[in-house]
Design a protein around this ligand. Sequence first.
Ligand SMILES: CC(C)(COP(=O)(O)OP(=O)(O)OC[C@H]1O[C@@H](n2cnc3c(N)ncnc32)[C@H](O)[C@@H]1OP(=O)(O)O)[C@@H](O)C(=O)NCCC(=O)NCCS
Length: 160
Amino acid sequence: MPPTLKPVIIFAEKKDLDPAKLVRLYQQAPWAKGRTLHDAREILRHTDIAVTAWDRDLLIGFGRVLTDYVYRATIWDVIVDKAYQGQGVGSSIVQRILNHPRLKKIELFWLCTSRPGFYEKLGFSSKEQTGMVWSRTNQPRLESSDRLIFSPYKDAWSIW
Ligand SMILES: CC(C)(COP(=O)(O)OP(=O)(O)OC[C@H]1O[C@@H](n2cnc3c(N)ncnc32)[C@H](O)[C@@H]1OP(=O)(O)O)[C@@H](O)C(=O)NCCC(=O)NCCS
């Protein structure tokens, strides 16, 4: 494309996309590099709202939300293709999430980030919130003990 022609970026709320396109984006973020096609398919299936940005059929931006639609929403995996960064795509994805008609009642959006500067410009603050994280990779190996599992036969949770 000649350098003077800017691509036309289209934004869409969309979960039914080719997971391979999401894997291509994940490979550009250090914390998501190892995610597989299977992971991406499952992530999309269980995500409540996904906002995507497209240059024709190329997925160039992504962000997703897990929410109860009433009180809380968490924002995950905001990524913009390196070639399209610095053009407002990432901000636009986050703003589209914050202004989404189905999220109008949400009083608190929450996210984890190693890029606080980006989110501070969008009104996020780390001052009022305390957070704690349980990371599976940092845990000592758990010995087998009682665990809960849903039994489709008893229609109830039971110990396993
Ligand atoms: C962080 C990211 C999504 C920003 O997307 P982007 O489209 O380049 O961002 P924008 O062009 O909308 O930038 C908006 C503003 O944030 C600033 N900004 C962008 N990236 C930033 C960063 N990493 N740290 C601090 N500020 C940043 C920009 O300078 C811009 O400021 P301005 O409005 O004063 O010009 C993108 O760099 C990215 O995908 N990074 C890799 C994945 C990642 O770390 N995502 C964060 C999820 S936790």
